[in-house]
Design a protein around this ligand. Sequence first.
Ligand SMILES: NC(=O)c1ccc[n+]([C@@H]2O[C@H](COP(=O)([O-])OP(=O)(O)OC[C@H]3O[C@@H](n4cnc5c(N)ncnc54)[C@H](OP(=O)(O)O)[C@@H]3O)[C@@H](O)[C@H]2O)c1
Length: 253
Amino acid sequence: MSLFDLTGKLAVVTGARRGIGRAMARALAEAGADIIGVSAQLEESGSDVEKDVTAAGRSFEAVRCDFADSGAVRALSADLAGRERPVDILVNNAGTIRRTPAAHHRDADWDLVLQVNLSAQFTLTRAIGAGMMTRGHGKIIFTASLLSFQGGITVPGYTASKHGITGLTKALSNEWAAHGVNVNAIAPGYIATDNTQALQDDPVRSASILDRIPAARWGRADDLAGATVFLASDAAAYIHGTVLPVDGGWLGR
Ligand SMILES: NC(=O)c1ccc[n+]([C@@H]2O[C@H](COP(=O)([O-])OP(=O)(O)OC[C@H]3O[C@@H](n4cnc5c(N)ncnc54)[C@H](OP(=O)(O)O)[C@@H]3O)[C@@H](O)[C@H]2O)c1
């Protein structure tokens, strides 16, 4: 369908090596976009996400960058913003989590999570978004969380970072919407990835989470495909500054 067609577009997907980011990159490629995948440990060639993207008939470029390193993020931002072929779609999905009760949460864990999940996203988006504004079009999608709305348990830094992401989504949208740039976020529910492995492995937490999900199952990374393509496409042209939950109904409970 032409409304959702991304043929000829170039998308940057961070955290593309596995989990939700890999599924988002595959979905965008299947809709027609070429992909630049970014992550901390992304293989130069032969990664799973590269195979997904090339199987869809699209080009893939791997960029390795550790978002914990602010200098490396600045260099990445300058590189991507300065290229001849402009970035049409930016998916800010890379993220990490540290689970420790608040009273014992170490400064190093707090700083790392805020840097990777929030500060790095701002640095990259500022650089790529500026070019989108100048060109008069672009799509930016952040990966928020249910912990953009709720407090969570033993993840204070993660919760703060994800609340920050929804604020940043709205702040950037307010400045950039009139320049043709759509800034939105997707809030995944409980998705079975490495990020939630500790919860999946805890029978008590796992059962109590499942009990609250109206869809009666944990999410899969592929459940994020439709929302990603939608927000990256012309179908979402008048959608700005919103956070779209893809959570099996969790927030409605
Ligand atoms: N799973 C859920 O239930 C859930 C729910 C809500 C929101 N989210 C959010 O969804 C996003 C993706 O999470 P996921 O569940 O797919 O987790 P995941 O399987 O752990 O994948 C995380 C991705 O982020 C990348 N990443 C982590 N730290 C990085 C760093 N320092 N520098 C650069 N890249 C880094 C990883 O890179 P490498 O592969 O190279 O290590 C990986 O590709 C995150 O923002 C997460 O907070 C997840």
